[in-house]
Design a binder for this molecule. Structure first.
Ligand code: CA
Length: 501
């Protein structure tokens, strides 16, 4: 009895949490989600041993905002981080502080990108180069103990640091690790171990690579994220990063030289040129994904070897989805499915049924509440998300949400995607581009690829009315209706030369 009380007091029975988080990894580049273009054996292992969520959506499809939503359990307009330009206000409550206060050891390692320094984590090491984006090679970190620069490949180094922290932790206390990769974010520079992948294969093209967006409202035609026009020579590995060592540069030249010379000679134009760019882009993206998957394998092996797998929740997710040539695009931001969806796989031995699936509507908004609930902590009343623990146990709480709210703010900005907000149910999606007062309605059952808005169709007017009422309800519920957007500074729009952000 005394031992049990002692165990409860120090929380020895509470699960560890390893949050594996990547940047821009679309679920349609994960084989457990049915990818037609790659294999991800280690992520698939998590799905086989855990639960795969089919309908996880972000609230705002862009890097830093998604991270802030995960930390706080609050929508962007409440936590303040509405776009990539704002710094995170680290004085507010967030999951690192709350789990720390509950007796967890906490660490945050890798991509952070929230401009301010992390607060409330016992240990942190965050990528600091390239404005917080970090570099793929020889990355610089800012840590709680000073600056750090390591020669090598970012995905490998981030894993080394995460493993090192786990090895040195206090084994008597539960831990919470945010293990967060830069990959597979633009500019998709593969690691040395993955550079040779996909060399002589052709990756299948998405059916919408040459989409003209004729069934959509005006904003889709004004974006700047096409494979055709907006990838830079650096994105396409026609030039290489300036910070490579001599040896690394030689490896890059060896990997790309012959293909680049053939490309220059071929003088491609029109659709042939788009097809070439797509192959180059998608192969590098998938090579970066393979680097993540290989390194996840190292972490899972460590947990196995140390006997930690049984009492450790492992989550795989990424900050939003991404266009993999779909609609002719790369990048994210839109409320369309490809960028709205997030991968979410949770392995929790003894709680989650291995190989199970969930189709309820869940969001990154729910992650903080889930971590707290898993740690046996009360979820603060002002968090806007809900714990997924019941869903993980195979039970759907009564009144679980039947619709999600989405809002994107960053305009003017890179890639020129208009501000919009909207609502998605399991069947429909209504999007409002409020600056130009344009609307789109999609019937996801008859048009899962969202190729044609039926907003003006006479047969859908009842649906429009119902969804507008639901959108109003959600905007009130989340206090988005009274939020006043700050005036954005005039910024040059379009992709930057170097391929960031
Ligand atoms: Ca991202």
């Amino acid at each position: 009895m005394l031992m049990l009380l002692l165990a409860l007091a120090v929380g020895a029975d509470r699960p560890n949490i390893v949050f594996v988080f990547t940047d821009d990894h679309a679920s349609h580049a994960i084989s457990a989600y049915g990818s037609k273009i790659n294999q991800t054996p280690n992520i698939d292992r998590l799905a086989r041993e855990g639960m795969l969520f089919r309908n996880c959506f972000c609230t705002n499809s862009i890097c830093a905002p998604s991270r802030a939503v995960i930390l706080t359990g609050k929508h962007s307009h409440i936590n303040g981080l509405i776009d990539n330009n704002v710094a995170f206000n680290g004085s507010q409550p967030h999951i690192g502080k709350l789990l720390g206060a509950a007796g967890y050891q906490t660490a945050l390692i890798g991509k952070w990108h929230l401009k301010s320094d992390p607060t409330g984590f016992d240990r942190w090491a965050v990528l600091s180069g390239a404005g917080g984006q970090g570099t793929y090679y020889n990355p610089e970190f800012k840590t709680d103990q000073g600056p750090l620069k390591v020669t090598g490949y970012c995905t490998d180094i981030t894993t080394d640091l995460a493993l090192d922290w786990m090895k040195k932790r206090d084994a008597k206390k539960p831990f919470f690790l945010m293990y967060q990769h830069k990959a597979p974010h633009r500019s998709w520079e593969p690691g040395p171990a993955q550079l040779g992948l996909y060399r002589d294969v052709e990756i299948p093209e998405p059916p919408t690579l040459f989409d003209d967006h004729s069934g959509l409202a005006g904003p889709a035609k004004k974006q700047e994220m096409t494979i055709e026009k907006h990838l830079s020579p650096f994105d396409l590995k026609l030039t290489f990063a300036k910070n490579l060592t001599k040896e690394q540069l030689a490896v890059f030249e060896g990997a790309y030289r012959a293909e680049n010379e053939a490309f220059k000679k071929a003088n491609l134009t029109g659709k042939d040129l788009v097809r070439w760019k797509y192959q180059r882009y998608i192969k590098d993206y998938l090579r970066c994904v393979a680097g993540v998957d290989d390194n996840l394998g190292r972490v899972l092996k460590y947990l196995d070897d140390e006997g930690l797998s049984k009492n450790t929740i492992v989550i795989y997710s990424s900050d939003q989805g991404f266009y993999l040539g779909d609609r002719g695009w790369y990048d994210k931001r839109w409320m369309y499915e490809e960028s709205l969806r997030m991968p979410l796989i949770v392995r929790w031995p003894g709680v989650v049924k291995p190989g199970s699936e969930n189709k309820d509507l869940v969001q990154n908004l729910d992650f903080a509440a889930t971590f707290l609930d898993a740690a046996g902590q009360k979820v603060p009343g002002d968090m806007q998300g809900h714990s997924l623990k019941p869903l993980l146990e195979g039970k759907r709480p009564e009144g679980w949400r039947k619709s999600i709210y989405y809002q994107y703010f960053e305009f003017p900005g890179p890639h020129s995607v208009a501000k919009h907000y909207g609502v998605r149910t399991d069947r429909h999606k209504l999007i409002h581009y409020h600056a130009s007062n344009e609307w789109e309605l999609f019937d996801l059952q008859t048009d899962p690829g969202e190729r044609r808005s039926v907003y003006a169709d006479p047969g859908y007017q009842e649906t429009v009315k119902t969804l507008k009422a639901e959108l109003d309800r959600l905007r009130k519920l989340y206090k988005a209706d009274t939020y006043v957007e700050p005036i954005m500074p005039k910024k040059k729009s379009g992709p930057t030369k170097k391929g960031a952000p």
